[in-house]
Design a protein around this ligand. Structure first.
Ligand SMILES: Nc1nc2c(ncn2[C@@H]2O[C@H](COP(=O)(O)OP(=O)(O)OP(=O)(O)O)[C@@H](O)[C@H]2O)c(=O)[nH]1
Ligand SMILES: C[S@@+](CC[C@H](N)C(=O)[O-])C[C@H]1O[C@@H](n2cnc3c(N)ncnc32)[C@H](O)[C@@H]1O
Ligand code: SF4
Ligand code: SF4
Length: 366
């Protein structure tokens, strides 16, 4: 059984791929909300906006072989994304993460970030990137005061990097990590935890965290997208990672209130020569979910709202945004109503048979 298309779809939600026009019938019926509350008492403060589904890498856990891309005319224009961010901020959103696909693979991305910062000096703006194309933009990111970068790197071995991403770009990523550090741009390192692939490299990851003021975070491999290569044998759980780290250095949990509402459980590290400069983070959507404190919505690059990573119900904001008689006010109402129906994603995970959601991570943005 597929995760969600068979469930009731209130608020005009449609599974991806549906060709129906999604201008919802309720667009004129309810008043917009000042802050975004869901039906489980959670408040949305964070939007993840995917600027493209295209990517220069081919990470085996993220992309499947047979791929079609969103046609250009369906991808939101930057001005449309700016409109959505303005609206989200009106509704109480404080943090926007730009992701992809690879955000720096889209032309004009750094200019877009500049405009976003100029329009919203106090907004917390972050980027999740594979780190291969960010180099030429680092000074711009510094100049606009980008709040942080999350950089994905699954291995410290050049050959394994090529094996997992399909590209020989490990050296470029390492160079860009050093350049980010030199520029004083905070970044977090994200590695998907893959038993049989990077479990033997735990000492290298911990060594990096000890020597740099960086959160090194392991993400449990999630069964996402049709054709997912997820299996029990390659799943490396957060508790197992923590046990293994304890064999290398001493760890101590960071208090909840210092975690900034993020999904990672953080730990300070301490070795024979003293405390580490960086920390360990564990993101455990499978072994210990964090859905009860979830504060985020996602918007795909073709303008579909997903209220949960694991839920394939999508609310087509683009149609309303581009409609001459509807526009941003209709979008605001759709977002308000859809958010009320935001699920607890872990329950969808429990009910899954294979992948928890059909859309690929490149399209959703992680
Ligand atoms: N299940 C689940 N996974 C998430 C969620 N948010 C982020 N992740 C996963 O965690 C990994 C890291 O995400 P990032 O893009 O670095 O964002 P983040 O962890 O929210 O970052 P911070 O804002 O720095 O805490 C990605 O693989 C995401 O798919 C979430 O709400 N639910
Ligand atoms: C989809 S990528 C998009 C941004 C950028 N291309 C990057 O790699 O950082 C966002 C994050 O999702 C993670 N990711 C992709 N597929 C995943 C999966 N099946 N399980 C867990 N994390 C995954 C990636 O490792 C990356 O950290
Ligand atoms: S979107 Fe990110 S995780 Fe997916 S293939 Fe590209 S670089 Fe890899
Ligand atoms: S699975 Fe869904 S509800 Fe749970 S934390 Fe992720 S996005 Fe939020």
């Amino acid at each position: 059984m597929k995760a969600s298309p068979h469930r009731a779809a209130p608020c005009g939600a449609q599974p991806p791929g549906s060709s129906m026009n999604a201008i919802p019938p309720f667009a004129h019926l309810c008043e917009p909300a000042a802050s975004l509350e869901d039906g489980h008492g959670r408040t949305v403060r964070y939007i993840r906006l995917s600027v493209t589904d295209r990517c220069n890498l081919r990470c085996t856990y993220c992309r499947s072989g047979m791929e079609t891309f969103i046609p250009h005319e369906s991808v939101l224009r930057y001005e449309e994304m700016e409109q959505l961010v303005d609206m989200a901020m009106d509704m109480g959103v404080e943090k926007v993460r730009l992701t992809g696909g690879e955000p720096f693979a889209r032309k004009g991305f750094a200019d877009f970030l500049e405009r976003l910062r100029a329009a919203h000096p106090a907004l917390d703006i972050r980027v999740t990137t594979n780190g291969t194309l960010i180099g030429p933009h680092i000074q711009t990111l510094k100049a606009i005061g980008l709040n942080a970068v999350n950089l994905s790197l699954d291995t410290f071995d050049r050959d394994k990097f090529e094996q997992i991403t399909g590209r020989d770009l490990f050296g470029k990523v390492r160079e860009n990590m050093d350049a980010l550090l030199d520029a004083g741009i905070p970044f977090k390192l994200n590695a998907v935890a893959l038993r049989g692939f990077n479990d033997d490299e735990l000492p290298a990851f911990i060594d990096y965290a000890m020597r740099h003021p960086i959160d090194v975070r392991f993400i449990e491999f999630m069964p996402m997208g049709e054709g997912t290569r997820w299996s029990d044998s390659c799943f490396w759980s957060a508790p197992d990672i923590l046990d293994a780290v304890k064999g290398l250095v001493a760890v101590a949990p960071v208090e909840q209130e210092q975690r900034n509402g993020g999904p990672a459980r953080l730990y300070t590290l301490s070795g024979p020569d003293g405390p580490g400069l960086g920390r360990l983070g564990l993101i455990s959507p499978l072994s210990s979910h964090f859905c009860t404190s979830c504060n985020r919505l996602r918007i795909t690059s073709d303008g579909a709202l997903r209220t949960c990573l694991f839920d394939d119900r999508e609310y087509r904001l683009r149609n309303a945004l581009r409609h001459p008689k509807l526009g941003i006010e209709a979008v605001r109402r759709i977002v308000t109503l859809a958010t009320r129906d935001k699920p607890i994603g872990a329950r969808l995970l429990e009910r899954r048979h294979n992948a928890v959601a059909q859309r690929r991570m490149t399209a959703i943005g992680g």
